[in-house]
Design a protein around this ligand. Structure first.
Ligand SMILES: Nc1ncnc2c1ncn2[C@@H]1O[C@H](COP(=O)(O)OP(=O)(O)OP(=O)(O)O)[C@@H](O)[C@H]1O
Length: 651
């Protein structure tokens, strides 16, 4: 908030003089974290404490770029932000979640004060790095990685000296700073209130950090440790992620502190039995008995007692359905999404329902399937549903993306190789994905990107049910259902001679063309069902407003169901008040961008492909995801084409 001019002078004087005297010469009235920050602002960033002006607020488009890398994190943080807001908003506080650059990526504030909050920078899209705003809660937390309160004129800039900001860092499972949680008000608060808010913010930040860690290692073993059983689930809980052999894959920040090892270096990669008197087999046994009670253990060094709770990896937990999987008081996990069966994928769309009936009739008849459809129409999930419908459902489903493997490796990835076949090869050789799928299903995504030379070898697999690993002369029998998918027009490629006709006829045993989302007859119902699924997945209760549903229904969806899913996740993540309106939808959907003609298909090779790619890269300012969407191809295809045409993002 703006300050009176005469007080601005006093403030500047106080900041500059105190910074000159430094921590040693200080009378203790200014906390050392703040003093050191003032020094950084003057000496390193060369900021002017008296500078007036407005806080910088990013546009929606700019903000989206900062949010994108934290797509999986934001929905985990949202419920905690809401809980925090409920606790403190009546006392005039607002909540900001910033990324590690200080950009406010999520926010909950008092709607009636919105204009004032925005003018003070307590708003979505504001930037609170020290370099931008000088000493402030978020920026100084980023610089020091410590929780703190910056009260009134402890702020470096005079114009922020009406604020009180209490913050706590949130660390990523890798030990880096992921985000900062901030509770701010536009007024002063008593020392007692600051202490109380400080504790509440730290607890919330830890809850988010734990949820992030548990989500990241959902498919691994989790061991939660506390010196005292009653404290399991508390915020100083130590959490380790282990692989099936008891090797430590990740540790939370508390574990790093416990081991006096800030980044966890030297712990990750070691067997858990180095830290605890615990043999890996014991972990498995604990889970098999479904034990949710704490197991007393001793630390390897020092022999101190700790209590441990185990959580099995997500997949094996499904087998113990109904068994408690979290300690009391821990963050509730969002519901796990239900499997996408053929029926669920088909919904009420006539073409999809007919495809589901075809699959049921022809599955297990030894025929290969060819799935076509624009990017994001659900080809891979459909392939998985075919597998689950088949008698091979309990055998492996092996997916391979022909577009993302370099041409030089695709052959060895698929067919494996004998020991010593080429430089850099594993000494014991490799089995190859095709053999791994033996007995189950082999899913070849982006088959249209398979190099011609390899198509010949692949033909043999389809024709004779045999493959020959690289460096070997002995063919090996393979029994697998083959499902291929592509967004390309294979008929056209065959005509052009870029795809082998004989291979095409072999693999197109059962052709299934998945409709684009804009062509689906059950689009509104599908949007509604996917909205509910997102709410369940994020643990949120929300309704979809009629106008928002209309906007979603009208949009052209160049990225199809994938794009719809991420738009819904974004909207549900943003909906604080239990209702998703057009305001929560991504700007492109509301503005109707992407509501134009269907994405142009680029030709296979040559100049036109390069030109189209370059034009798309320029139009999207070299953003790969958007380029892929614009061209109607996958991100990996964009990367491959960039390599092929030697296109490098300008610096
Ligand atoms: N009917 C559906 N209901 C819910 N989610 C769906 C449905 N169809 C697809 N999805 C989701 O949409 C996303 C894209 O699906 P998928 O990866 O199978 O598409 P694709 O056609 O293989 O894409 P690409 O061609 O780019 O590889 C996935 O997250 C999938 O779970």
């Amino acid at each position: 908030m703006a300050r009176q001019p005469e007080r601005v002078g006093d403030h500047v004087d106080h900041v500059v003089r105190s910074a000159e005297r430094g921590v040693r010469g200080s009378d203790g009235s200014v906390p050392s974290l703040v003093l050191e920050s003032w020094q950084r602002c003057l000496d390193t960033y060369r900021l002017d404490p008296s500078r007036p002006g407005e806080p910088m607020i990013l546009t929606d488009g700019e903000l989206k770029e900062f949010r994108e890398p934290l797509d999986d994190f934001m929905p985990l943080a949202r419920p905690e932000i809401e809980r925090l807001y409920e606790q403190v908003s009546s006392a005039g506080y607002v909540i900001l979640l910033t990324d590690a650059n200080g950009v406010t990526i999520d926010y909950l504030g008092i709607p009636s004060l919105e204009d004032d909050l925005k003018a003070s920078g307590l708003y979505l899209g504001s930037i609170w790095s020290e370099r931008n705003e000088g000493t402030n809660g978020v920026g100084t937390c980023i610089a020091t990685r410590r929780p703190l309160t910056v009260h009134l004129d402890q702020h470096f800039r005079s114009r922020n000296a009406g604020l009180t900001c209490t913050v706590a860092p949130i660390f990523s499972p890798e030990g880096g700073l992921a985000a900062v949680l901030d509770v701010s008000s536009m007024s002063s608060s008593s020392a007692e209130a600051q202490t109380l808010i400080g504790e509440i913010v730290k607890r919330s930040a830890k809850r988010i950090e734990h949820a992030y860690f548990l989500r990241r290692f959902a498919t691994q073993w989790i061991v939660r440790l506390m010196p005292d059983f009653s404290r399991i689930g508390a915020r100083d809980e130590i959490i380790l992620a282990l692989d099936a052999n008891g090797r430590i894959l990740g540790i939370n920040q508390n574990a790093a502190d416990w081991a006096h090892n800030p980044a966890g270096a030297g712990i990750v990669g070691r067997p858990v039995s180095d830290l605890l008197e615990l043999e890996p087999e014991r972990v498995l046994r604990e889970d098999a008995t479904g034990a949710a009670s704490a197991l007393p253990l001793r630390t390897r060094h020092g022999g101190a007692q700790v209590f441990a709770i185990f959580r099995a990896p997500e997949r094996s937990r499904r087998r113990h359905a109904g068994r408690p999987d979290a300690a009391p008081g821990s963050t509730p996990r969002p519901a796990r999404p239900r499997a996408l069966t053929l029926d669920r994928l088909a919904g009420a769309d006539p073409a999809m329902t007919a495809h589901a009936a075809t699959v049921r009739r022809l599955v297990d008849r030894g025929l290969p399937f060819l799935l076509t459809g624009e990017t994001g129409t659900g080809k891979e999930v459909f392939a998985r549903a075919i597998h689950m419908e088949s008698r091979r459902a309990d055998k492996p489903f092996v997916a391979i993306d022909c577009a993302s493997i370099p041409d030089s490796l695709i052959e060895s990835e698929l067919f494996g190789y004998q020991p010593g076949t080429f430089t850099g090869a594993a000494r014991q050789g490799q089995r190859g994905k095709v053999l791994q799928a033996h007995g189950g299903t082999l899913f070849l995504d982006e088959i249209g990107d398979m190099p011609l030379a390899l198509q010949t070898r692949f033909l043999r697999l389809l024709a004779e049910g045999q493959i020959t690993p690289l460096g070997s002369s002995k063919p090996v029998d393979v029994d697998a259902t083959v499902i291929c998918a592509t967004h390309r027009d294979l008929d056209e490629m065959v005509e052009e001679g870029t795809f082998r006709a004989d291979l095409f006829f072999r693999l197109a045993g059962v052709r299934i063309a998945l409709p684009a989302l804009r062509e689906r007859g059950d689009r509104r119902a599908l949007i509604g069902a996917m909205f509910e699924a997102e709410c369940r997945a994020l643990g949120v209760h929300a309704e979809l407003d009629g106008a928002a549903l209309d906007a979603l229904d009208r949009y052209r969806w160049p990225g199809n169901v994938r794009e719809l899913k991420s738009a819904l996740r974004y909207a549900v993540g943003l909906s604080g008040r239990g209702r998703v309106t057009v305001d929560e939808l991504p700007a492109a959907i509301v503005s109707g961008r992407g509501a134009g003609p269907a994405p142009a298909k680029v030709s296979d090779e040559g100049d036109s492909e390069r030109d189209a790619l370059l034009a798309a890269l320029r139009a999207t300012r070299w953003r790969i995801t958007e380029t892929a969407r614009l061209l109607g191809v996958s991100r990996s295809t964009v990367h491959r084409r960039m390599n092929r045409h030697g296109l490098v993002r300008p610096v």
